[in-house]
Design a protein around this ligand. Structure first.
Ligand code: CU
Length: 305
C-alpha cells in the first residue's frame, strides 16, 4: 500500500468516526427522558452500541456503494474478476476486529449490569423464607448518594388487570405509584393470578411478575415528574388497560403525600379494565369468547388520575 492510499483510508476512517460519535450522541434523544439512575447507565450503553453500529453500517454500506459506483465492470464485460486467494494479514485483521468489538461491548454491558445491581432471576426471589437477599449496593459513579438510607419498601400487587401499590410504613394503598426522588426503591412484586410485567420505560427497568413468587426489584428514580407504568407481559383481555401513573417527587413532597393519603378514607381505586367490562355489559353482551372478569377496583387511600 502506498502512503497516499493509507492517508486516504485514514481520512475516511476519521470521517466515519466523527459520524459515529455524533450518532452516539443523537441516540440519547431517541429515548424518553432518563428518570432513574439505571436509565442513565442503560442510555450510555445504548449510545456506545449505536456509535459502534453506525461505524460498521457506514463502513460496510459505504464500501458497497463505492464499489458499485467506481469499481463497476464495463457494460458488456462478463469476464470473471481476478482470482484472489488468501491474504493472511486481511484474515487476521477481520477476525481480530470483531473479537475486540465483542469483548468491548460485553465488558461495557457487564459493567452496566454490575452498577445497576441487577441480579439473576433466582437471586431476585426469596422463597417464602422471610429473608430478602439484599442487592449489593455498590454506588457507582453517576449513582446518587443514597447509601446509608434503607431503600424505600413498597409492595406492588398485580392482578387482572390493575396495579395496586401498598406502602407498609404508612399503611397506605394507592392505584398511582408515588416515589421519592434520589432514594433507592425496593419493590416487592407479587401477582395474584397470571404473569404480568412491571415496566416503566422512563426508568429503563423491567421485571416479570411471576405468580406464587415474591420478587425484589430495586432502582433509583432521579428525575421528578410523571411517568407511565405499563404491563410488559400479555396478561389477558384487558392487558392494554393495565397501566398506572408513576409520580416521582422530592422526599418531602413524598412524605407529605403519604401523610395526607394515610388520613384519607378508603375508596375504590382506578380500574379502567373493570369500567370497560361493566360498560359493555360483561360477558353476556361481548361478542366472541368469554373473558376472565376483571377484578373489582381495589379499595385505596389515593386514587390518582
Ligand atoms: Cu398484566
Amino acid at each position: 500500500m502506498n502512503l497516499r492510499l493509507i492517508l486516504k483510508l485514514a481520512a475516511v476512517a476519521g470521517i466515519l468516526t466523527a459520524i459515529s460519535l455524533w450518532m452516539g450522541q443523537v441516540a440519547y434523544s431517541w429515548l424518553p427522558p432518563p428518570a432513574s439512575a439505571e436509565a442513565v447507565l442503560v442510555d450510555g450503553l445504548f449510545s456506545l452500541m449505536t456509535a459502534i453500529g453506525t461505524f460498521i453500517f457506514c463502513g460496510v454500506v459505504g464500501t458497497v456503494i463505492y464499489s458499485a459506483l467506481f469499481q463497476r465492470a464495463g457494460k458488456y464485460d462478463e469476464s470473471d474478476g481476478p482470482p484472489i486467494e488468501g491474504n493472511l494479514t486481511l484474515e487476521v485483521v477481520w477476525t481480530a476486529i470483531p473479537i475486540v468489538l465483542v469483548i468491548w461491548i460485553a465488558a461495557a454491558s457487564y459493567r452496566v449490569y454490575d452498577q445497576m445491581s441487577i441480579l439473576g432471576p433466582m437471586e431476585h426471589i426469596h422463597m417464602g423464607m422471610g429473608e430478602a437477599i439484599a442487592a449489593p449496593m455498590d454506588m457507582a459513579q453517576g449513582m446518587p448518594e443514597t447509601a446509608g438510607l434503607e431503600p424505600e419498601a413498597i409492595e406492588v400487587h398485580a392482578r387482572q388487570w390493575v396495579w395496586e401499590f401498598y406502602y407498609p410504613e404508612a399503611n397506605v394503598t394507592s392505584t398511582e405509584l408515588h416515589l421519592p426522588k434520589d432514594r433507592r426503591i425496593k419493590l416487592a412484586l407479587t401477582s395474584e393470578d397470571v404473569l404480568h410485567g412491571f415496566y416503566i420505560p422512563a426508568f429503563r427497568v423491567k421485571q416479570d411478575v411471576i405468580p406464587g413468587r415474591d420478587i425484589d426489584f430495586e432502582f433509583t428514580p432521579i428525575l421528578e415528574g410523571k411517568y407511565r407504568l405499563r404491563d410488559s407481559q400479555y396478561s389477558g383481555t384487558y392487558f392494554a388497560a393495565m397501566q398506572a401513573d408513576v409520580v416521582v417527587e422530592s422526599p418531602d413532597a413524598y412524605q407529605q403525600w403519604l401523610a395526607t393519603a394515610a388520613k384519607s378514607p378508603l375508596k375504590p381505586g382506578l380500574n379502567p379494565s373493570y369500567d370497560e367490562y361493566q360498560r359493555t355489559g360483561g360477558d353476556d353482551h361481548r361478542p366472541g369468547w368469554k373473558t376472565v372478569p376483571p377484578a373489582p377496583a381495589p379499595m385505596v387511600n389515593y386514587v390518582g388520575s
